[in-house]
Design a protein around this ligand. Structure first.
Ligand code: SF4
Length: 283
């Protein structure tokens, strides 16, 4: 069997950095009594979360801070968090390891600075997504999250406003939202802060069109960017499957001559390698 990897696949820069931050914390504190926590799930990937859990890392949220003390280490995930949560962690004197992705930090900074200048901040994104919650918190309430073009049409814009995108937002929907808002306010300040990581994985996948008998998409079934990769793969190849690890590879793929692999931005190298090895062993 020939296995073709997509040119770009797996962990993005921000997720790799967050996972390495947690792994370094485990290694550095293995002989101490410190307990390591992540503020929310570090990645949308059960393989990574199970592995961290086996090393004693616990997931917490704002409602369970009473379990934190001076001996706690808290990793802030790539999505970032709110200034109020940071203050609350500082009050408890925990060690904070901030793995907020620099691209998310930039959006937080823009939300803060432009709202302080009196600009109404509009965020194109998923209202419940951790990154959007963190960015909007920096605008101190002078902010509105919109999820689609329909909500953009319903929005009344003040004179001064700025548009920011969730880093993993759909580029197509962002363009629609931008056009609607610009038609209402020509002075709108626009930051297209969509991260190239998602697009790079999509483009590399499209480059595999007609090159394989089947495509395997590897990643968490609860990961938005992995699901989007799966949809694109299924649109270019009818024999496409989404799996979280090697044991889920369907038998129908084992007899194929060429299989293409891609993986979401929260899928570790070790899982991709396990899938590749499994396929090679079955050739
Ligand atoms: S997708 Fe982009 S913005 Fe989001 S964590 Fe990865 S590198 Fe950072």
């Amino acid at each position: 069997m020939e296995i073709i990897r997509a040119r770009v696949l797996g962990f993005c820069f921000g997720v790799r950095r967050a996972v390495e931050t947690a792994e370094n914390a485990i290694a550095e504190n293995s002989d101490s009594l410190k307990k390591i926590f992540t503020l929310g799930p570090l990645v949308h990937n059960p393989v990574v979360m199970d592995s961290l859990g086996r090393c004693g890392v616990q997931v917490i949220d704002g409602s369970s801070f009473e379990m934190l003390d001076k001996k706690s280490v808290v990793v802030i995930r790539a999505h970032g968090t709110t200034p109020e949560i940071i203050d609350s962690l500082k009050e408890r004197q925990v060690q904070i390891l901030d793995a907020t992705c620099p691209k998310v930090h930039l959006s937080q900074k823009r939300a803060k600075e432009w709202s302080e200048k009196g600009y109404f901040v509009i965020i194109a994104g998923d209202k419940n997504h951790g990154e959007v919650v963190s960015i909007s918190s920096y605008a101190k309430g002078y902010c509105k999250v919109i999820e689609n073009a329909g909500e953009a049409s319903d929005l009344d814009l003040p004179k001064n406003c700025v548009l920011i995108a969730q880093t993993t937002f759909s580029p197509v929907e962002f363009e629609k939202i931008k056009d609607i808002l610009v038609s209402k306010n020509k002075e709108l300040v626009i930051f297209n802060s969509i991260c190239s990581a998602t697009m790079e994985r999509q483009e590399a996948l499209v480059g595999l069109k007609d090159k394989a008998d089947g495509i395997i998409v590897i990643g968490g079934k609860n990961s938005a960017n992995t699901k989007r990769l799966y949809e694109t793969a299924a649109s270019i190849c009818p024999k496409t499957v989404l799996i979280e690890d090697a044991e889920e590879i369907p038998d129908s793929f084992l007899g194929m001559k060429k299989v293409a692999l891609t993986a979401g931005a929260s899928t570790p190298d070790s899982t991709i390698e396990r899938v590749e090895l499994f396929l090679k062993d079955e050739k």
